[in-house]
Design a protein around this ligand. Structure first.
Ligand code: ASP
Ligand code: MG
Length: 465
């Protein structure tokens, strides 16, 4: 099999873990062709972002202090992880030249006194530049041929939308497959830095936080991988949050469309665009735990065979609900457009929307942290015009049932709200798209556990597999 195995930062955050990752890849590479993708070591991307904040505040000494934290962490890891003196020496020399470049970059940014989107991407791409050196050297140390490559070096070419770039797939496919085939023919394991690529002028670009998942699937589709494994510190996707439901189960199999819905809620956050490259080529993906490799994890395929109506009950707490009312909204085209344009202008993300056919109110849910800004911008711009009144409820939770088996199945809603009613929980808003993939409703934060447990029971999710 041709496999892309991606490691999140927590899977490679100390010497012992890096060694066991190397050992695992070493074993797998006897049976399979492996390409490894790595995130930055945990905490490094956050530190790099903090460096940019310090530069903006003209606090050069803080920036330098953070660089030395990053430098020491990686040097220490190199010394603890690598046993062979020649491999270790080569690694330390390479790391040193990266640190010199990082310091020079920071000097330049301090001198200019500004952080541009372009310099920011260059800066935050360093986490992966460093982590791949460690993992690739650990493979060398274990006796395998391996080289580290950044996203730019492997051939990921993106647009110039810094901070949220997208690969230009045709060029990327040509370049990535050429680089990788050459390495595979030499039995060399590529260890590729996730999260970043470069635009057509060679400027480093990133995909947004968590973007290494997206790197893995992008590369997987370019090299026609048979499977992609995302390794992190959770066993896979679950039927519910195990902190709420004691007998929550690991989901053995879900479809892409179900996983896309689940990715936004669960313990394993997946970069939203991760699935895009898979959809066309239908490459199966697994969510697995690097600390528990005996467990096969969750398999995600184009069409999952399991027939359960509902696969999981998710929850997102700490949101605010705004009920927007006004008589002049009735039958007036453009009302919704005005409301959402106003919110979008302020950078507010709307998580849930519903409007009843009388058109006299539109209800939306936003994060608690966005609530004040959302209410004040709506009041300032639209109150007294198209809006007559805003009713705000803070501290609400979204409960969502996900599963493509709900489509066309009669009685799902009655089962859901029957179970909720029995537990005397009040529902303040309901949405279901016509895809019938996701049925969501809103309750008070304090009712979350009761509601999630009631539904987990009603749909017998503890017996799912
Ligand atoms: N290192 C980047 C981040 O922390 C990308 C990733 O981990 O996927 O967001
Ligand atoms: Mg990550």
């Amino acid at each position: 099999m041709r496999l892309v195995i991606k490691y999140g930062g927590t899977s490679i955050s100390n010497a012992k873990d890096i060694q066991s990752v190397a050992k695992y890849i070493n074993l797998q590479s006897n049976k399979h062709q492996i390409l490894v993708v790595c995130s930055a070591i945990s905490g490094t991307t956050d530190d790099l972002i903090e460096i940019s904040e310090s530069i903006k505040k003209e606090n050069k000494s803080k920036a330098e202090q953070l660089v030395s934290t990053i430098t020491n962490r990686h040097k220490q890891l190199a010394k603890q992880t690598i046993k062979k003196p020649d491999v270790r020496k080569k690694l330390l020399t390479k790391l040193d030249s990266d640190f010199v470049e990082l310091l020079a970059l920071i000097d330049g940014m301090v001198l200019l006194g500004e952080v541009t989107p372009r310099s920011m991407d260059y800066l935050i791409s360093f986490g992966e530049r460093l982590s791949i050196q460690l993992v690739s050297s650990a493979l060398n140390d274990s006796g395998k041929k391996s080289i580290p490559l950044t996203g730019k070096e492997i051939g990921i070419v993106t647009d110039s939308n810094f901070g949220e770039s997208k690969p230009l797939m045709d060029t990327t496919r040509l370049r990535v497959s050429k680089t990788v085939e050459t390495l595979f023919s030499k039995k060399t394991i590529p260890v590729v830095g996730g999260f970043a690529g470069a635009d057509q002028y060679g400027h480093v670009t990133t995909f947004g936080r968590g973007g290494s998942d997206y790197s893995a699937t992008t590369i997987g589709s370019c090299i026609k991988a048979n499977e992609i494994w995302l390794m992190s510190d959770v066993d896979g996707l679950m039927t519910a949050d195990p902190k709420i439901v004691k007998n929550a189960k690991l989901l053995k199999e879900v479809s892409y469309i179900e996983a896309i819905e689940m990715a936004q809620f669960g313990a394993k956050q997946i970069h939203p665009r991760t699935f895009e490259p898979l959809l066309m080529k239908k490459i199966p993906m697994k969510i697995r735990n690097s600390f528990n490799v005996k467990n096969e994890g969750t398999l995600i395929t184009a069409s999952s065979s399991a027939k359960n109506t509902v696969k999981c009950v998710s929850n997102i707490q700490n949101n605010g609900l705004i009920d927007i009312q006004g008589g002049s909204m009735v039958g007036t085209p453009g009302t919704a457009a005005k409301i959402f344009a106003t919110l979008a202008k302020t950078g507010i993300n709307v998580m849930m929307i519903s409007q009843n056919p009388s058109e006299s109110s539109i209800t939306i849910v936003v994060k608690n942290t966005d609530l004040d800004r959302a209410v004040s911008i709506l009041e300032m711009e639209l109150l007294g015009k198209i809006i007559k009144k805003l009713d705000v409820t803070t501290g609400v939770a979204i409960i969502a049932l996900i599963g493509s088996g709900m489509r066309g199945t009669i009685g799902v809603a009655s089962k859901v709200f029957g179970a909720i009613e029995k537990n005397k929980v009040n529902v303040s808003m309901i949405t279901q798209g016509s895809s019938e993939l996701n049925l969501a409703f809103v309750v008070k934060n304090s009712d979350t556990n009761v509601a999630v447990r009631a539904l987990h029971n009603a749909f017998e999710l503890d017996k799912i597999n």
